[in-house]
Design a binder for this molecule. Structure first.
Ligand SMILES: Cc1ncc(COP(=O)(O)O)c(C=O)c1O
Length: 476
């Protein structure tokens, strides 16, 4: 390999990651490459060595390099063309420091596929209790006073590490605000937008009704923007006139698609062109079953993206604990809003979660959930295959729900829903998450029934039984 060109630059930058322990080597290589692009050490347009050459020079398997190139291409950091190799993308900026369905579960339902809840029995009670004891023993008295409205420095530092490592976010602890979930992050952003004279925000259609309701509570009206196969559609977004838009790019809720690299870049171009803001709701970004999760959009342009996530899918929604990463120009305002809203997040909870993160307990929990949910997703797909021949599961292998398309013979949708509900099976159709009146009212009901099926909270055997019941009711 030519040691004087860009290839040698890539080689040197990746050398430390290449000697990481085998278990984490792939992830380390990806993180090092991402950081090299972000920091500008690999300039836009730089052509990268072939995977074969780079693998040979680093002494790692070629598969790890191919995987890193694919991952960073999907995230928009790299570009590749057929036979044209791989190069650093142009759009990357140097870094500077009822979908969400909160309806109570149907009491007495024989099977409940309503999406939105993780398996609460996987909550790590003993590790949590140990962290609690540890924190009570070590926390200085003064830390029980009013906390910094941004959150405890110790927790923000631990979160910054987590979000950089797992989600590829540009996570400066100074710009993290600890909040009581994505819901509060959304409300804070809504108030801050309103204070700047913004009265409308784009939302994905179909999308989470929760977004609309939360922005409305801050006096900001949601403007539905349709999706296409790659993510939120750009032409309607431009035509809508909004300057802020809420998105779920890693795993769109509810359709389950991941935004394409092209759409991610286009969306950021749009945000820059209108001096606007993309609100990234990374509600289940940690759960991807077929490959490494696509990194956060925020990592590509931290000045135009506000990123939020929470422990609601990974630990329990009842903890009411989340984080918001804001662009520098929004930070002061958001922190002031947080202060006036509740004088800061409960200190003890924050210290506990910081300890939980620092000791690797959170990573362990994510791995545990990942294993369980992947198995459940597979069980659901197999049960649908068996009991609804001709059905199709769509969306990426990720998160806590799937979209199941059932063949026309099970329709029409309202009759199907009436039958399965009467049999004690709780399900939500995709049409329930559409903003457009026609789709919601059923006046343009598609022939194929499309269901949003949550599976994470149901053990595999019960998933199978639930799908069997649903099929029996639908055909009975
Ligand atoms: C789209 C979406 N965003 C965010 C959340 C989580 O919100 P919170 O963190 O406030 O519990 C959910 C949970 O159901 C969701 O479906």
């Amino acid at each position: 390999m030519n040691r004087n060109g860009p290839a040698s630059a890539a080689w040197e930058l990746l050398l430390p990651a290449a000697s990481a322990p085998a278990r984490t080597r792939g992830r380390s290589l990806q993180a090092a490459l991402r950081e090299a692009v972000r920091s500008g050490r690999l300039a836009p347009g730089t052509r990268l060595p072939s995977s074969r050459d780079l693998a040979a020079d680093l002494g790692v398997s070629r598969g790890l390099i191919t995987e890193a190139y694919e991952q960073l291409t999907a995230e928009g950091y790299l570009r590749s063309g057929q036979g044209a190799g791989t190069w650093v993308g142009a759009a990357v900026r140097a870094a500077r420091p009822p979908a969400r369905d909160l309806a109570p579960r149907l009491p007495g339902a024989r099977a409940d596929f309503v999406p939105g809840t993780p398996d609460l029995s996987l909550f790590p009670r003993s590790a949590w209790a140990a962290a609690h004891r540890g924190v009570l023993a070590e926390l200085p008295h003064q830390e029980l006073g009013y906390p910094d409205p941004r959150g405890l420095p110790r927790l923000r530092t631990a979160l910054a590490g987590l979000l950089a490592r797992r989600r590829g976010a540009v996570a400066d602890p100074e710009r993290i605000v600890v909040v009581s979930g994505v819901a509060q992050a959304t409300t804070l952003l809504g108030f801050a937008l309103h204070a700047r004279g913004v009265r409308t925000v784009g939302v994905e259609d179909p999308g989470s009704p929760q977004h609309d309701a939360l922005y409305a509570s801050a006096g900001v009206t949601a403007v539905p923007v349709p999706l296409d196969g790659e993510g939120i559609a750009l032409e309607p977004l431009r035509a809508s006139g909004v300057r802020a838009v809420v998105t779920t790019p890693s795993h769109q809720f509810p359709t389950g698609i991941a935004y394409s690299a092209r759409r991610r870049a286009e969306l950021l171009d749009w945000a820059r062109s209108v001096d606007g803001l993309v609100l990234e709701d990374d509600y289940d970004g940690d759960f991807r079953y077929d490959r490494a999760p696509v990194g956060a959009l925020q990592g590509l342009d931290p000045e135009h993206v506000a990123y939020t996530g929470s422990v609601s899918k990974s630990l329990a929604p009842g903890l009411r604990l989340g984080w918001l990463l804001v662009p520098e120009s929004w930070a002061e305002e958001i922190v002031e809003r947080k202060r006036t809203m509740d004088l800061g997040h409960p200190a003890l909870d924050q210290a506990l979660f910081a300890r939980f993160l620092e000791r690797g307990d959170y990573d362990r929990q994510l791995r545990r959930c990942q294993r369980a949910y992947r198995e459940r997703r597979d069980a659901l797909a197999a049960a649908l295959d068996e009991h609804f021949p001709g059905s199709e599961v769509s969306g990426i292998a990720a998160g806590l729900h799937v979209i199941a398309g059932l063949p026309e013979r099970y329709g029409p949708e309202d009759r199907f829903l009436a039958r399965v509900t009467a049999a004690g099976v709780a399900v939500r159709p995709l049409s329930a998450y559409a903003h457009a009146r026609a789709a919601r009212d059923g006046t343009d009901t598609p022939k194929r029934i499309r269901l949003v099926l949550g599976y994470a909270h149901i053990p595999p055997a019960r998933i199978h039984e639930g799908v069997r019941l649903m099929a029996e009711a639908a055909t009975g």
